[in-house]
Design a binder for this molecule. Structure first.
Ligand code: FE2
Length: 651
């Protein structure tokens, strides 16, 4: 028997945790029984970090389902390769008004700089394939923030959907490398109206870029929000969840995730009053405090997201609950070093001054300043306008209630604005907020994604009194506001160093020493029933010096044994893999019996020799295997040879 060596190029094939196990057992899958499930509402969601995504969908039938995932480069004519990873879905029955069932699965172990394809369902009944890409897991990136799509709010779902679709198209055409789509809440007008969810989920961009859901007051009165939008690290305990509805018909919870250098904390601001069973603002403050204490050091920036803007400029600026939060939240946010707060609910754009402990931090900060330099405790609060055009609120006037805490008094520097806002804007056109995350600054922009022209449901339906923007003077892509936030670096000197991409290291394997013929000797006759022989493969040395500590797996398959025109099947060869020398996280794959014993395929199909999981140590390992050959007693006499082809999978 000859051993043939090969070396794999990095990223030639998929590598995921558990892949080696799948290779060892998943190749004889019987044809799946027909699955009648109809799959809908597929959406790509943010995961716990940049190496994860969560896919959520609806199914008409309560069947076992999964997500299949592979690098797009590994697909052949659109077919997923046998090496595709699968992630089992979980979920349950939807509430009666939704009908059907919900499913979600968390995709883990994603590699950077990779375009992936995925589909949901089960063997024989897959959804269409969609794709997304990962980028560098370090350094600068951009994300986009969308205020209240609130599909159905205009009274015309189709018009609202058209505006929503257009904002996604326009914003991602301008920012194709944006890495997250962050929600300001109120995805739909009526919590459990599935026709509105169908319209919200219609744009394919929501299957290509991860949506970071935020629950709004219009989403909260039912289960559809969390049936459609599963989120990571979510705390649904009553203080962060209860809002006066029975738990069987509410959604939400607080959640957090870290995406590259930003810690995001997303709050369910609907869980507000203790009289409704929630924990009130103190529960959210405790949550934010705990998450920042535990994870703040893992990120350079902290961004909070919740629906009910506390420094908004329009219809909701003087709401009672708004004023209470405006007293309850800001000092904690200042003390914890929050950088930016992204909010919705008031369907108008605003950017606050630096707010410290609930007051304007620097009385001299000028309206509309292009650069702000928050000292310790300075926080910028942003409110997003409507991303869909379904509804706009007009700017309201300050009153004489003062310029601190819950007051809604005028800005002394700009008396038509509220005291807390540097910029307020309402043009009755769609817009989105672009945030550029850089090592030494955050750049926040409000960008027009539409004009007065259709699609602009509220304008088309006469819901607003005026609209003056034109494609000539305020075209799509033009900027309403732009501010660069320069962080406070303490009283010492801030130092920074960039470490370049290191030599990637290498993953490879070789035969250990001289690659001699593996001679199984002369098979021993067992009473004419079968012949048996044994031996050992030439050991394989695996070397992995990659910084990524990405998983790897070595597998092999054997050809048929041949002597001139005589042959017998390679399935009669089995093995017991062993780790001969520990290193690189190597583990031995399961033993495979000779097909003579179990009528199986033995080593005639690809079988694992050894593998290591994500995060394994760097280093070298030696892998071996004891071979066992059992062949039927009627195989003709001869000197037979076969080739064991060894392959490696890694990313
Ligand atoms: Fe709202």
């Amino acid at each position: 028997m000859n051993l043939r060596t090969s070396r794999v190029a990095a990223a030639a094939t998929a590598a995921f945790v558990g892949l080696a196990v799948a290779l060892g057992s998943g190749l004889a899958t019987p044809a799946a029984a027909e699955d009648p499930a109809t799959l809908s509402g597929i959406i790509l969601g943010v995961g716990a970090n940049e190496t994860q995504r969560i896919v959520t969908w609806y199914s008409s039938a309560d069947t076992a389902q999964k997500v299949q995932l592979a690098p797009t480069a590994a697909l052949v004519n659109g077919d997923f390769p046998a090496s595709a990873a699968t992630f089992a879905a979980i979920g349950g029955a939807n509430i009666a008004t939704s009908g059907g069932f919900n499913r979600h699965a968390t995709l883990t172990g994603l590699q950077e700089q990779t375009t992936y394809s995925y589909r949901v369902g089960t063997d024989g009944n897959w959804s269409p394939a969609y794709s997304f890409k990962t980028q560098s897991f370090e350094g600068d990136y951009d994300f986009l923030f969308y205020g209240d799509p609130q599909i159905g709010s205009s009274g015309d779902v189709a018009k609202d959907q058209a505006g929503w679709q257009d904002t996604l198209d326009v914003s991602l055409a301008a920012n194709p490398n944006a890495e997250l789509l962050v929600s300001g809440g109120d995805q739909v007008e009526t919590a459990n109206t599935e026709a509105q969810w169908t319209a919200f989920l219609a744009p394919d961009k929501l299957r290509q870029y991860p949506w970071a859901a935020t629950i709004g007051n219009h989403d909260v009165g039912g289960k559809a929000y969390e049936q459609h939008l599963f989120t990571p690290n979510t705390d649904r305990s009553a203080p962060l969840y209860a809002n006066g509805q029975p738990a069987s018909n509410t959604s939400g919870g607080d959640y957090w995730y870290i995406y590259k250098d930003v810690l995001f904390i997303d709050l369910n601001s609907n869980s507000y009053t203790t009289t409704s069973g929630g924990g009130g603002d103190p529960a959210h403050i405790a949550y934010v405090t705990d998450v920042i204490n535990q994870h703040g050091a893992e990120a350079k920036w902290t961004v909070l997201v919740y629906h009910h803007s506390i420094y908004s400029p329009a219809d909701h600026a003087k709401d009672g609950d708004n004023k209470v939060r405006r007293v309850d939240f800001p000092t904690t946010f200042s003390n914890l070093g929050v950088d930016v707060v992204l909010q919705g609910h008031d369907h108008s754009y605003s950017r606050s001054y630096e707010i410290k402990n609930g007051q304007k931090a620097n009385p001299d900060e000028q309206p509309g300043a292009a650069d702000v330099f928050p000292g310790p405790g300075g926080v910028i609060y942003v409110t997003g306008n409507s991303a869909s055009g379904s509804k706009y609120y007009d700017i309201t006037a300050p009153d004489n209630s003062g310029t601190s805490g819950a007051g809604n008094g005028a800005d002394p520097l700009n008396p038509s604005n509220y005291w807390y806002n540097s910029v307020q804007n309402q043009e009755h056109v769609r817009s989105y907020v672009k945030v550029q995350v850089r090592s030494d600054k955050l750049v926040v922009q409000n960008v027009r994604s539409g004009t007065c022209a259709a699609p602009n449901a509220a304008v088309e339906l006469g819901r607003v009194a005026w609209c003056n923007n034109t494609t000539q003077d305020q075209p799509v892509g033009s900027i309403v506001d732009k501010v660069t936030i320069h962080p406070y670096n303490g009283t010492g000197q801030a130092l920074q160093v960039s470490v370049p991409t290191p030599a990637p290291g290498e993953f490879g394997w070789t035969i250990d020493g001289y690659n001699g013929l593996v001679d199984l000797g002369t098979a021993e006759d067992h009473n004419g029933d079968y012949f048996q022989a044994s031996g050992r493969i030439n050991p394989i040395v695996v070397a992995d010096s990659r910084r990524s500590r990405a998983p790897w797996a070595i597998s092999a398959s054997v050809s048929d044994f041949k002597d001139a025109d005589k042959t017998f099947s390679g399935s009669y060869l089995g093995w017991t893999p062993r780790v001969l020398q520990d290193g690189a996280g190597a583990e031995a794959s399961p033993a495979v019996p000779s097909g003579y014993d179990d009528q199986g395929q033995g080593l005639s199909v690809s079988r694992g020799l050894g593998f290591a999981e994500q995060g394994h140590p760097k280093g070298n390992a030696r892998l071996g295997a004891d071979l066992e050959l059992k062949i039927p007693g009627d195989v003709a006499k001869g000197g037979y040879r076969a080739t064991l082809t060894i392959t490696a999978l890694s990313s």
